[in-house]
Design a protein around this ligand. Structure first.
Ligand SMILES: *Cc1c(COP(=O)(O)O)cnc(C)c1O
Length: 453
């Protein structure tokens, strides 16, 4: 039936493909790469089973090396806002590649992308780097250089990349200095970090009371997305901006995940733009690279002007502002108009409603939480306000749910603590595949959570 309408065609029956080719590649990969992957979550450690090696992607769909197709609800962990292999992004990138791939000189696309970011967000000046980690690391260095202070405040469960000083766990009490969160980070690197519970104003007040004149900056995800989606409570970011200002510390919102994703202005479009406050520095990544390694930090002109070569705070990068990456990001952002965000928002509502119905019918405690167009599901009673709450999610039930969805052609984050991402390419056919898979998968989660797997 070659001319069946894909939007109304029935979903294919469930015939899980044996991932033999992925398994073979994973074995080869493990011999030459730690854990067989280049970023830990890809290894499926939290859900078990064989990580799928993806060969190609188009629109909302991934195809793996065994030929199985999946609706993609990760979208490269956020960047693929327009869907995979968008023709206009591919055309712009191909044209850019034909002109050479890197020159180590300033280029026009860098200026245009910086102008686009400045136009959409509260930042006045921006500097490009190659990863979100580099962006937050550099923003913190700049905040310390600008204020002449050393202490950094962050929240438990907020992830800012693998920066030494931020791979920290709360010390023995609130407002005490942190301890390393992983081997390889010296105590001296976290001794100037304070880790607090998210959404906890009293803890923030106590930390500023104890260390106020030593705090260079407070960094927070604009809306937490790396412990699952935990939005700031109303007024929380405004409170943080205010307490930082009163103590002469800089307020850094990390929008690496939420930037150009939660809304066209990032999460700031939901709170700061409405409430009338601006962060001092903001970090970006993911969507702004259009699927290439590009990230940025930006903010107040007087702060950014402290960076070399204008000012004394050193920061640099051989491939920073790479012309291919900036072309992909610029093309993506120019195409990301209100219609794109409206579409993703409606698609998210459809999926969220399907999740809630499926888990309710299966009798699985759950809560779906959102930050703009981003969302995630916790398999526990809500609300989830901070990392301690998020840790109550039933990871065994999620693993069963994940594999049931995968067998039915839906690729979810292989961890219970990650946001789900949609794109402008998630059409009716893709959403139908998700909605069709959900009831069976929710029943699989129910069985696992009762322990009769
Ligand atoms: C992904 C992410 C980072 C790290 O970005 P990388 O490009 O992976 O280094 C930092 N902060 C947040 C909020 C992120 O989601």
């Amino acid at each position: 039936m070659p001319d069946a309408n894909p939007a109304t065609a029935p979903n294919p029956p469930v015939t899980p493909v044996d991932p033999a080719a992925s398994r073979a590649l994973f074995e080869r990969a493990q011999a030459v790469t730690p854990g067989g992957v280049n970023s830990p979550v890809r290894a499926f450690s939290a859900v078990g089973g064989t990580p799928r090696f993806i060969r190609s992607a188009q629109g909302a769909w991934l195809t793996d090396v065994d030929g199985a197709r999946y609706v993609d609800l990760i979208c490269s962990w956020g960047p693929m806002l327009l869907g995979h292999a968008h023709p206009e992004v591919l055309a712009a990138v191909s044209a850019a590649v034909a002109r050479g791939t890197s020159y180590g000189t300033p280029t026009e696309p860098e200026v245009e992308l910086a102008e686009e970011i400045v136009a959409r967000t509260p930042v006045e000046k921006v500097r490009f780097v190659s990863s979100g980690t580099e962006a937050t690391m550099s923003a913190i260095r700049l905040a310390r250089g600008f204020t002449g202070r050393d202490v950094v405040v962050k929240f438990a469960g907020c992830y800012h990349g693998h920066v030494d000083a931020l791979l920290a766990s709360a010390g023995s009490g609130l407002a005490t200095l942190a301890v390393p969160g992983t081997p390889g980070v010296p105590e001296s690197s976290t001794a100037l970090t304070v880790v607090l519970p998210y959404n906890d104003r009293a803890a923030v007040e106590a930390a500023f009371a104890a260390h106020g004149d030593r705090i260079a900056c407070l960094i927070t995800e604009a809306a937490a997305g790396n412990m699952g989606v935990v939005p700031p409570e109303p007024g929380f970011n405004a409170f943080l901006a205010d307490i930082c200002r009163r103590h002469g510390a800089l307020f850094i919102t990390d929008e690496v995940m939420t930037g150009f994703r939660a809304t066209r202005q990032g999460y700031w479009g939901i709170d700061g733009a409405v409430e009338g406050w601006t962060p001092d520095l903001v970090t970006f990544g993911k969507v702004m690279g259009g699927g290439f390694p590009a990230a940025a930090f930006g903010g107040r002109a007087d702060v950014m002007s402290r960076l070399a070569p204008e000012g004394p705070v050193y920061q640099a990068g051989t491939l920073s502002g790479n012309p291919i990456a900036t072309t992909a990001g610029l093309t993506t952002l120019r195409l990301a108009d209100d219609a794109v965000y409206d579409h993703i928002s409606r698609a998210a509502e459809t999926v969220k409603q399907g999740i809630a119905e499926a888990f309710t019918a299966a009798g699985v405690p759950h809560v779906v939480q959102s930050a703009g167009t981003m969302f995630s599901v916790f398999l526990c009673e809500g609300p989830v306000r901070d990392f301690a709450d998020a840790s109550r999610t039933d990871v065994g039930a999620y693993a069963a749910f994940f594999h049931a969805m995968l067998d039915r052609g839906v690729y979810l984050p292989p961890s219970a603590y990650e946001a789900w991402f949609l794109s402008a390419a998630h059409d009716e056919q893709a959403l139908d595949a998700v909605l069709t898979a959900l009831p069976d998968a929710a029943r699989a989660a129910a069985q696992a959570s009762r322990g009769d797997r």
